[in-house]
Design a protein around this ligand. Sequence first.
Ligand code: NOJ
Length: 542
Amino acid sequence: MQKHWWQEVVVYQIYPRSFKDSNGDGIGDILGIIEKLDYLEKLGIGAIWLSPVYASPNDDNGYDISDYEAIMEEFGTMADVERLIAEADKRHIKIVMDLVVNHTSDEHAWFVEAKKSKDNDYRDYYVWADPAEDGGVPNDLRSTFSGSAWAYDEESQQYYLHLFSKKQPDLNWQNEKVRQEVYDMMNRWIDKGIGGFRMDVIDLIGKVPEESITGNGPRLHEFIHEMNRATFGDKNLLTVGETWGATPEIAKEYSDPKREELGMVFQFEHSGLDQIDGKDKWDLRPLQVKELKEVFSKWQNELGTEGWNSLFWNNHDLPRIVSRWGNDTTYRIQSAKALAILLHMMKGTPYIYQGEEIGMVNTPITDISQASDIETVNMYNERLEEGYSKEEVLASINTKGRDNARRPMQWDDTENAGFTTGTPWLALNDRYHEINVKNALSDHDSIFYTYQKLVQLRKNHPLMVWGDYNLLETVDEVFSYTRSYEGETWLVVVNFSDDPHPFSSNLPIEEIIIQNSETSLKTIKEMVLAPWQAFVVRIANK
Ligand code: NOJ
């Protein structure tokens, strides 16, 4: 299999609104990101996934785009973005743009036209349907942000489809003109020297709404293949598809190099393990480490050379991992490092979400007025109407809500954590005096340096990128596996819990690669792992 740069790097995700504000308006911006490139270079990452920076009315914080080729005023200008690409390049960092083409904003010029009349040239850029016989919605499709996926347009007396908010009408990918517009736009971005695309809910573009099909529609792969041929196919760019509900089989359809579609998938099977089966993300159950091992191992083993996966705990849609599955009080540092070691030692391209590298934690709220995210607010209202108690719903929000990841980045312990000199658009987490970049950089034992070391190890050891994976048998709470490559073997051992647990192996240790505690590890036979203890050792060749 041909090897690519995007299989060997670590990607860092930036949510621009919350990263760094350079002009005191309380909103992160492009110049703020440029200021922090040296920091990211120090971490060692090879690419930045930049959440959307395009013009947007911000109904869904930039995932509702009104112009794909203009920059959101609060974030800066196109010249700033071009400078960001150039400055990042000097530091060997590529900029991966978020491509949100399942839908636009309702303020996009195409939709403004489309709404004008049924025979407008742009009408068919979107998905329209007549009311059902009773005058109601065409069918039961639901929006991810609560309620029906259909919104009524009084003027034309038709409904349009929005799988997300009403202000995010779905594009009609069956229309060849839409596809061509998107490809042309992508090519203009490629010409600016970007490093690739992260493709928002790309699994939805093959939808057939009249048959209630949304994900994995019949023409999905035809469209992606066509996009590949028309745009990035011969450019060696990083392309990653957000592919909810992918199985390893489906992942190969997207990412088998022979099929000329995408470089890799970004799938969420592990991330669904703390929700009740068949319910949605707000219906919680405790994580079973045993299931986590099964899911990760399945993905490690089944892609072979016919697909490529992303490795992540966090992004802008997920709660902070150290609060979710680690321990954000007694074992914050230990568990954050353990989680990092566990993930980064696997096969795939690792992603670090801003703040993860310093162990940022969730920000619980006590009243819905403290929330900003449209998904959270809509769900809250819907569930209260359905009879849930306020406490129950807030508990779900505090465990899973997207604002947890979107609180401003904590740079230092000055007012507003050095994120802004103005009033932050969203209140900060109040633990920023303790958890911030300045503290992390001045402490050689910090979470930051564990991440830095993991990134460095990946650069120096092809084993981490290409090695075979093998899960070891252990007690449920201990997650242990080996990676082997060209005669070398590394053993990874992580106690995924707040309690001590036994571990034993006869494998002879040659060298400690990385660990999160100061132990000599002379022998690992019949040892007791401390809570969240994690280590990686090289096994002696016999
Ligand atoms: C997935 C994005 O990650 C999320 O933030 C967004 O709300 C939806 N897609 C809609 O674009």
